[in-house]
Design a protein around this ligand. Sequence first.
Ligand SMILES: [Zn+2]
Length: 798
Amino acid sequence: MSKKSQLVAQKSLATLLLLLLFSLKAIKLAAQTSEIELFPLANIRLLGGPFQAAQQTDLRYLLELNPDRLLAPYLREAGLTPKAPSYGNWEDTGLDGHIGGHYLSALALMVAANDNTEAKNCLAYMLGELQRCQQRDPDGYVGGIPEGKEMWEEIKAGKIKAESFALNGKWVPIYNIHKLFSGLIDVYILTGNEQAKNILMPLADWWFDVFDPLTDDQIQQVLVSEHGGMNEVFVDVAAITNDKKYLRMAERLSHHAILDPLRKQQDKLTGLHANTQIPKVIGFEKVASAMKKTDWERASTFFWETVVQNRSVSIGGNSEREHFHAADNFQRMLTSREGPETCNTYNMMKLSRNLFLRSGERKFIDYYERAVFNHILSSQHPEMGGFVYFTPMRPNHYRVYSQPQEGFWCCVGSGLESHGKYGELIYAHRKADLFVNLFMASTLDWREQGIRVRQETAFPYEQQTTIEIQTNKKQDFAVHIRKPIWLEAVDIHLTLDDKRVNYEEKDGFLVIRQAWKKGSSFIKMALPMTIKEEFLPSGEPWVSFSYGPIVLGAKQGKEGLKGLFADDKRMAHIASGTLLPLRDNPVMLAADQQVSSAVSIKDPDKLLFELHQLKREEEDVTMTLQPFYTIHDSRYTLYWRVADASTLDSLVASNRRLDSLQLLLDNNTVDAVIMGEQQPESDHHIQHEEAYTGVDEDAHWRASKAWFAYELKNSKNKAGKIWVKQERTSDACYELWVNDLLVKPVDELLVDEQFKLLIYSLEGDDHAKLAADRLLVTFKACNDRGTGKLFEVRLLKE
Ligand SMILES: [Zn+2]
């Protein structure tokens, strides 16, 4: 919080009064079908260890944000004068205000998890200002979307122009306002703050007023545009108000293009933008739970299974360049600089948590544990703070971190939240029975039952945990301790007050049921970890290693870590430094994929290991492995290509070929857009008319009956040529205009059966006109069949 806004917060009498009213009283929404319930986050505290440290780092980052800058879009849209300029990056290019919503959630989490006073002050200040904005609007609307109110009026009138990443020409406005809804709900549920509810309810009624008059078809049309989990939000609103009309709204806001194949247990996810879909499924599950729709329940479980079991890598992340790739082909994942996106895992964990609460099945926690240790914990810089967007699986690449005043990406928003809620699922209860789900040093205060729990462990640096159960009276109940999947083959060693204890094993949990004496009892559970290899779910010959649930990586060099701490440039969230040659990555030599003996322990206390059986061309190589979450500020490898002696030579030759192609493109590309993909298109300020997008296999394209255009960056006027990747045969055609100049193709290259490249020259007499930092590249249809499907445009030096 800036000094100025601190002053504002402190001076305001209204705010002080609010603070007095701000009693930390978590709200419990009526449990729908689930029997297992979470404890309020405010009853759980982390005790030391990497998770508490990560929470503190996140808190520092959170408090460096200036609420007045986050509020600026809201004030502007309400016709008020902003007290500070809005932030840049995604916050002033269309997604204005989205971080403000995440900020509310993150502050509420920090208030609940830490009782942090500064976070409380910021929260009170935010709510006061948001309410001030809302009071200016007769309909109860408040939002940061540029000229949002006008756009919502169009929607209300049934004028709907929806694309995957735009609605009526705005950059995913429902996704944006979903963050505000979620933020207000989180504040209310986590802290019991009534003011949040007092902003939420008029906002929900404004939404109702806009969307209720629309037909089901019109709503489905709107839902084509990325919309976060608006269905989830309305299940919560229904639970808060106990009014079924909001539940019907939640049901209507469920996107059938995604839901219906899932209800038939069909995986139609290839090519879809991953993080657009996951929140919808969180909503399907919540609607299912609230309305007892068993087929929707099965649909959400099926989605979870297909993503976790068929589409995820060892750290628990999924997707490449933000999209689900073909489940049987991880090739692009392993060569791309844009691996799993952190938001996806944040949302998959939410879904896992909810599915666990409903079903009590251990597998959901097994995934949650994998994701929290290996993806989420690793996605924040431990000392500097800052959040990771993409975690490349490409061997020997690296990740970049956001900076508080510069980067305002989606993964900053979800990152601010993620590290505040490590405590949420450590414990749970079913009536009077206690569940211990995760091995994290922490305490639980279960006031209603007169029970306190204290879990002491340095896991994974210590292979056991001690759980102290302290009750204020003698009472009967069961303690269910998760037996994680990685302990499946191991004899369990469990003691109570240092004596062997009777337990039953049920649904993946060790259940100690007895009369607990008044005072303290100590359960000790051994957590012996072993090395396990994990091939890709597709069966492709790439392997990753874990020790217990901890995924191991090899820390590598620091060369060329361009943009390690990202600036405010539009594409700064991508680790754009040099892709090092594939041929330099050691290959694991193993017959019949037998790799388990390749890892040996080097230093058990520090969790250091050695990886053998590696060959870099002719040379034998040994690499050191360590927990992936401890690797920062360097390149790393998580997956190794496995080959046997007979395939090694052809692999080396193929890597060399790919390297030279990559090098040629890397050295020559000035800028490029994958057409039809959300992020690259919006990063290049797409404009269009009568345009549409689609996916063939997993290749995205765009086409138009009229025209579409991108603004390409031509720094230092280096571009000499343009490549356009398109269908090899098509009777459609287009003209290519660069700025206001019609450019003709000079060459054509056939890529394969499906694609060809048309090559345009920017050199010649008119070139002077094109010597600009930014080139507006326009594709105009030249007949009524439109432009045809175009896949990629690339500015090249030569
Ligand atoms: Zn993200």
